[in-house]
Ligand binder design. Structure first.
Ligand SMILES: [Zn+2]
Length: 370
């Protein structure tokens, strides 16, 4: 690596982080009822190879520690819906959970996903006392066959996983972690994720030895062309399945949420969410992938789409018909005039290396927005 390339890389990285941090401080202070969860709803799913539905509950906390300390990931706007300045007593999290939990008859929903838009295993986000009380409630419910939580990898230890396994004795437990991409440079420069592939591999091993690994793969981080994004997602999915031996892999298509780098770029015309055709292409090139519905807290301003004519139908085909069957044949007869535009867009060329491309894009934005 030449010193010139080093300087270019460091410059690109510093600029990306600087924009992310500037956007975060613009988040307005909101008042929340701290005893109320952020969101709960039923989502489509496949469980034991059959169409199914799962309950998703998102707890309101002080927000993701990674987002608070480093600005966080370039596409993630979750922090804007969290109580950043309030003090939570552990009991408030149990209240939030119990209130939402009591709304559902789990004899219809074998899977419960409990998220906190951060790390379930980070005791600064969710105190151990609250975590344990919530797990004990779940353990008593025989209708819940599978429990899924999300965490960043730095909070994963053999001890905390073994403890959860013991508390939920007999239930299938999935640990969902965003790998996003196989490519260290894309993960660092385009996403600001904060870990390397090697670090992920080490923790993935720990998870798989004790519980089940669910890997999130990001489709279309900023600064990549549509074709690069498809190739990156396909390679990452194959790696997660074949090398990491992930129990399940979810394709998370990037959306546009407020106060994010992605929103900043989208607003200035240099970012577009992926086309639905790209998602279908990825599904055809892989196996057994679930497509995460484009629903996040706060709700995105823009999600993957095609033209106005086919977006609604194709979104439903993917998120409902495909997601409850993982059967590609439900996507086989889809066509629309806009497909050719998408095919043409795959020829788009971009500057390499990535660090130079990022600097050029940001230079142009600075000139145009002075
Ligand atoms: Zn169309």
């Amino acid at each position: 690596m030449t010193s010139l390339k080093d300087a270019e890389y460091i410059k690109a990285k510093n600029r990306v982080v600087s924009i992310i941090k500037k956007l975060r401080v613009q988040i307005p202070r909101k008042i929340y009822d701290l005893s109320q969860a952020g969101l709960s709803e039923v989502r489509n799913d496949v469980f034991e190879n059959k169409p199914s539905e799962r309950v998703v509950i998102i707890l309101r906390t002080n927000g993701c520690s990674w987002s608070r300390s480093s600005g966080g990931c370039s596409m993630c706007g979750h922090i804007a819906e969290h109580a950043l300045w309030e003090k939570f007593e552990p009991e408030l999290f149990v209240k939030q959970f119990s209130h939402e939990y009591s709304k559902y008859n789990f004899s219809y929903y074998p899977t419960l996903c409990l998220y906190n838009n951060g790390s379930f295993l980070n005791e600064r986000e969710l105190p151990l006392e609250a975590r344990n009380k919530i797990l004990d409630i779940i353990a008593k419910n025989d209708n819940i066959k599978q429990f899924i939580f999300e965490t960043r990898l730095e909070y994963v230890t053999p001890e905390n996983l073994a403890d959860i396994k013991k508390r939920l004795n007999g239930k299938k437990v999935g640990v969902a972690i965003g790998l996003e991409t196989l490519n260290d440079e894309v993960r660092d420069l385009c996403i600001n994720k904060g870990f390397t592939l090697k670090q992920f591999e080490d923790k993935a091993k720990v998870v798989s030895e004790i519980l089940n690994l669910r890997t999130y793969v990001l489709l279309k981080p900023p600064f990549l062309t549509e074709k690069e994004a498809i190739d990156d997602a396909v390679q990452t999915i194959k790696y997660a399945q074949n090398i990491l031996k992930a129990d399940s892999v979810h394709l998370e298509a990037c959306t546009v949420q407020d106060y994010t780098l992605v929103h900043y770029l989208w607003n200035r015309g240099v970012y577009q969410t992926a086309r639905l055709w790209s998602i279908i292409e990825i599904l055809k090139m892989t196996n057994n992938i679930y497509v995460s519905p484009f629903r996040y807290l706060p709700l995105p301003k823009r999600v993957p789409h095609n033209c106005d004519k086919c977006t609604h139908v194709i979104t439903k085909k993917v998120l409902k018909d495909y997601n409850t069957s993982l059967d590609l044949s439900v996507l086989s007869d889809l066509s629309c005039k806009c497909k050719q535009t998408w095919v043409d867009s795959l020829n788009e060329k971009a500057v390499s290396p990535l660090s130079r491309r990022i600097n050029l894009i940001l230079d142009e934005l600075e000139i145009n927005h002075l």
